[in-house]
Structure formats: structure tokens, C-alpha cells
Design a protein around this ligand. Sequence first.
Ligand code: HEM
Length: 141
Amino acid sequence: MTATPPSTTTAPARVSHFERMGGEAGVVALVQAFYGHMDARADARGIRAMHGLDLSSTKSVLVLYLCEWLGGPQTYTVQRGHPRLRMRHGGFALGEAERDAWLACMDAALADRSVEATLHAELMAAFFKTADWMRNTAPHP
Ligand code: HEM
């Protein structure tokens, strides 16, 4: 039997969204910017009021979630189990205005981080789907 010679061609490296966002430090900076906008924007006053005054633990959890969602370490699931985001947001009245305010903060945060245009658009499309699916006030999706 003849041994197969080692391949001389290498497969193109697949770079995860997590890496393209700058790894954990990039996600921390994104979440920081996201809540900075939520603190500052008039259209986000309602959703900011759903959070506690001290955002530190909320920020840490969102960092863990986004790292995992972007293809990084799966620490969120290890620590908190399945995200069950719709259930976890069930205590807040989320309609179109709340969805749009959340997305506006994230859009501005991605712009602050100078995320490349294609990735920015892909992430916003995915965030829209999740945020829209979480709406729990009429008209229901
Ligand atoms: C639709 C508008 C949204 C509003 C108003 C909203 C608001 C909130 C609030 C008030 C909390 C609780 C924070 C705390 O007390 O610590 C929370 C938790 C969280 N949110 Fe949202 N959220 C929205 C959409 C989203 C979206 C689109 C995502 C993900 C892409 C997301 C991810 C999370 C995560 C991961 C947590 C923590 C869950 C846990 O406890 O493990 N949220 N959100």
C-alpha cells in the first residue's frame, strides 16, 4: 500500500466572527460602547430603565453571551445553561420601540468599534432577528 503524500495545499483559514471582532477585548469594548449609548440616548430611556443602576454584572453576562454567539469560548452556556433569551426577557414588555432602541444602541456601538461594513451588516441582521423574536407585546410577530 502506498502512503498518501501530505497535501501541499492548505485549506483557507476560517476566521470566526469572534476573532474578527477582536476577541474578548473587542467584545468587552463593544458591550461598553453599547451600554454607553443606552445611558445617553433619549430613545433608549425606556429600555435603560428596565436595567439596574449598576450595569457591571449585566455587562459581564452580555460579554459572555456575545463571545459564545460570535464563535468564541462557550463560557456563557457553562455558567448559565441554555440562553433561553425569550424566557429570560419575559419579565420586560418588549415591543417594536424597545426592539428598535436596543438595535440603535448596538448599531451605534458597532460603528464606534469601526467594525468592517460586511460584518456590521451581518451582525445587525442577526440581532434584528433575535430582538424581533423576543417581542412579547401586541402586535405579536
Ligand atoms: C429587544 C430589546 C431588548 C431589551 C429591552 C433587553 C433588555 C434586557 C434586560 C433589562 C436584561 C436584564 C439585565 C439585568 O438585569 O442584568 C437583559 C438581559 C440579557 N439580554 Fe437583553 N434585551 C433586549 C434584546 C436582547 C438581544 C437582541 C440580545 C441578544 C442578542 C439580548 C441579550 C441579553 C442577555 C444575554 C441577557 C442576560 C441573560 C442572562 O441572564 O443570562 N438582549 N436584556
